[in-house]
Design a protein around this ligand. Sequence first.
Ligand SMILES: Cc1cc2nc3c(=O)[nH]c(=O)nc-3n(C[C@H](O)[C@H](O)[C@H](O)COP(=O)(O)O)c2cc1C
Length: 476
Amino acid sequence: MHDLRSWLQEVERLGSLKRVQGADANLEIGIITELNCRRKGPALLFDSIPGFPQGRRILTGTILDAARLGLTLGHRGVDSSEELVARLEGKLTEYDQASANFPPREVAHGPVFENQGFGNDINLLQFPAPKWHEHDGGNYIGTGCVVMTKDPDSGRVNIGCYRVMVQDEKSVTVQISSAHHGAINLKKYRDRNEPAPVAVSFGHHPIYLVIGGIGVPYRVSEYAYLGAMLGEPVPVVCGKVTGLPIPADSEFAIEGFCPPNQFRSEGPFGEFTGYYGSGEEQEPVLEVKAVYFRNDPINLGAPPGRPPHDYSYMYSLIRSVMVKESLVKDGVPDVRGVWFHEASGVNFFAVVSIKQRFPGHARQAAYLTAQCQAAAGHLGRYVVVVDDDIDPSNLADVIWAMSTRSNPEKDIDLLRNTYSSTLDPVYPKGARKFFGSRAVIDACRPYDWIEDFPRVAESSEAEKQKVLKKWQELFG
Ligand SMILES: Cc1cc2nc3c(=O)[nH]c(=O)nc-3n(C[C@H](O)[C@H](O)[C@H](O)COP(=O)(O)O)c2cc1C
């Protein structure tokens, strides 16, 4: 289950893997990936990359749909988002609670140790690092990578997905937003004027995109959370230089130290908002002291960009599940569903559907969807609350409800001074700030005269079924 190669075999059996020979790391791989994501195409395994040894491969488009995301999370045979959401119902809370029983299992050897390089043997330029988007400021060896850092106070190891740009043969930069746990750990070392140990795994089972990207609570170790998801402890090897745990079946990993005062220019890089949010910035340098890789290593690429992009579907589905779980935990009754729309860059447009039970129920669901912990710490913009006859993931349904059941002069509320980040495109560069705003749109029928609200001009399900049965040849 934790090995990328067994994942690839299963995906190939499903007919969802395509091999691409000879695409160039300079933009071609990036553009092919971008076009493929728009079409929700197969996973793409790039080989024979010009200028690099045969067999040093890059994989993209791993979790673009419900079937492949389901398979990644251990749920085979899923064919719709609705089904996957239903299968995951309550699971995230279970994983969180069970994680204490699944600390990672340290092993002496693992496939990642098949090839090892230290000191002068390290040459990162021998591994393909695409320039993914036309206006990127560098070559990114790490997009679907996971970065291991340590809290020097508690010893807790954090895993986060943060992008990694190649600087030269023996160094890279790691870009981590200041609020993320990896950045907090690096800063703690910097404050002590000590080098921070860092390890990066570049190729692994795509489940690492989920556990490194979704924001597992700080008190829970991501390795343990993953163990709880898999139902068994994750095998890890200890880096020979830093001692940091590295997935034993990683395809390709590095480790080293970020010296306290070393920064180099990084970016710009096409972001998940669909824009170049930040420009060229100074980011921490990781001096690489060891490189480990399997024979014919596969680097897992996951470039963001104008949505839908490589990991927007995963974010959309998992964020929707997390926020629904949070509403249920908070006791909000009769939540039919929550959906964060990929088209918005995931966080900017969310819809919550409820069966209204009392006056104020709709606004309660909407405000909590905007501000519960699973949503609040991310860029956000609009939350629409709809009745339970509306499928929150169906934009046509949602727009119909917004257009016909909300009255702008009384049904749009604004929340001010909410979380934002420098990636928010609505603030001019230089004036960017860390406060943003949210609009809540109540597109439910008004509760106080709901019985008198005009009847929907559509036949009942029972009548439709009768006609469908009789006229099967018309509809298939
Ligand atoms: C594929 C992928 C790439 C990401 N790239 C970055 C990045 O470059 N920098 C960053 O700060 N966050 C990035 N994120 C978001 C963080 O991984 C995410 O917010 C995560 O929860 C942070 O974990 P942490 O809170 O343990 O630091 C990325 C997420 C994914 C799934």
